[in-house]
Design a protein around this ligand. Structure first.
Ligand code: TTP
Ligand code: MG
Length: 405
């Protein structure tokens, strides 16, 4: 089932808070940032002020010149922090999968919540209504199968907007938009792309991956995926890590089982090492595969709480074997992750001597690796990798642990 991710962003946030507290400011060009005769820039401009060309980041003196009748306010952070906390609390009432991004902006994973509200669209209407009723603020919501398209949709719908991009429509939705609308594309990247004759996200999406990588290095791949509306990043609630994962992209797509198996072994050991370093045990193992056409699958399996590389690996291998037996294309990326993390202790079955033995072995390996580096010990599984990749981590895209559901 396609995910449903909301991107929720308050409209003209600082200004709107001021307008709620002082209704005389409503419907007028208002700027928060300071007095127009001072140095400094616009932090927020009301939509009325924006019709005069005012925007965040503009020097206050310029703003004053363009719109002398605007009301300039110093602003006070505690008010905005308070409004932000109440905003996030309302969102958390709708789904626990909440990732605040800034004071006035958050992602909410609402996959599977339609039955509670009639539809996801109705859910978004209800969120907007509650924020209006309780905070007096208007908000724009974008809904899509991934973060990047949801964010673009929210941006496009502003102010007081609601825009849902149906699953499968991501690419055609983005295609006509100028490249600068794609999150992550700053002024510099925009200039480079325009210089190459690439003006729309659609044109960007058809650029060969190799060309993008040539120009932008590793981020070229992300650019390619996002321009094509592909974005499987999770909505990551803050706080303690909910999962640990490692993944790697192959230099060339592969169907080679020994290579896939060896890589899985290596990644499992990295995940296991971090689990033990964090003093946690995992109750769920997730395998991730991205195929040559960028389609991505995840398969998970629950396990008895463990922090052993061997358990992570053997569970991942079962999932891999099943996935590979279903045919499909060569594999571009493989990843392994663990979740349902718990503190070990009483859960650990101390009578299980094999579990104890594994624990002792892994602790010893960790000690040696800490002293001499990760590749100092190669277990049987990962030895094969030496033939495939040069020693060390070169050739891998190792990702920092990611939070996920
Ligand atoms: P934004 O969400 O970028 O802007 P906004 O809420 O004012 O307007 P809209 O979302 O409707 O386009 O930023 C949220 C708040 O963060 C903004 O109200 C003020 C603050 N901010 C700054 O202080 N400096 C800045 O350069 C920006 C962009 C925002
Ligand atoms: Mg905003």
């Amino acid at each position: 089932m396609a995910r449903r991710i909301m991107h929720i962003d308050l409209d003209a946030f600082f200004v709107s808070v001021e307008q709620v507290l002082n209704p005389e400011l409503q419907g007028k060009p208002v700027v928060v940032g300071g007095r127009p005769d001072r140095r400094g820039v616009v932090a927020a401009a009301s939509y009325e002020a924006r019709t005069f060309g005012l925007h965040a980041g503009m020097p206050l003196t310029t703003a004053h010149r363009l719109c002398p009748q605007a009301i300039f306010i110093e602003g006070s952070f505690p008010k905005y922090r308070d409004a932000s906390q109440r905003f996030m609390a309302i969102l958390a009432d709708f789904s626990p999968y909440l990732e605040p991004v800034s004071l006035d902006e958050a992602y909410l994973d609402v996959t599977g919540f339609e039955s509670l509200h009639g539809s996801i669209h109705q859910m978004a209407v209800a969120i907007k209504q509650r924020i209006k009723d309780e905070l007096g603020l208007s908000v724009s919501i974008g809904i899509a199968s991934g973060k990047v398209v949801a964010k673009v949709a929210a941006e496009l719908s502003k102010p007081d907007g609601l825009l849902e991009v149906a699953a499968g429509e991501e690419r055609s939705f983005l295609a006509p938009l100028p490249v600068a609308k794609l999150p992550g594309i700053g002024k510099k990247t925009e200039r480079i792309l325009n210089g190459m004759g690439i003006n729309t996200i659609g044109e960007l999406s058809t650029m060969p991956l190799s060309a993008l990588k040539g120009h932008f290095g590793a981020s070229g791949e992300l650019l390619h995926r996002h321009a094509n509306g592909i974005d499987d990043r999770q909505v990551e609630p803050p706080g303690a890590a909910k999962s640990i994962s490692r993944e790697t992209t192959f230099a060339t797509d592969t169907r080679d089982r020994p290579q896939l198996k060896a890589t899985l072994g290596y990644l499992s050991e990295r995940v296991g090492a971090e689990l033990r370093q964090k003093g946690r045990q995992a109750g769920c193992v997730t395998l991730k595969l991205r195929y040559a056409d960028f389609s991505t699958i995840t398969r998970r399996h629950t396990i008895k709480a463990s922090d052993a590389d061997q358990t992570i690996f053997s569970t991942g291998l079962k999932l891999l074997t099943t996935a590979l037996s279903q045919g499909r294309q060569p594999v571009r990326l493989i990843g392994i992750g663990v979740s349902n993390l718990t503190e070990p202790g009483w859960q650990l079955d101390m009578l299980d001597s094999s579990a104890q033995r594994l624990e002792r072995l892994n602790k010893a390996i960790d000690r040696i690796r800490k002293k001499y580096g990760f590749t100092a010990i190669q277990t049987g599984r990962t030895l094969l990798l030496k033939d495939i990749f040069p020693p060390g981590d070169d050739g891998y895209t190792l990702h920092t642990p990611s939070l996920s559901r």
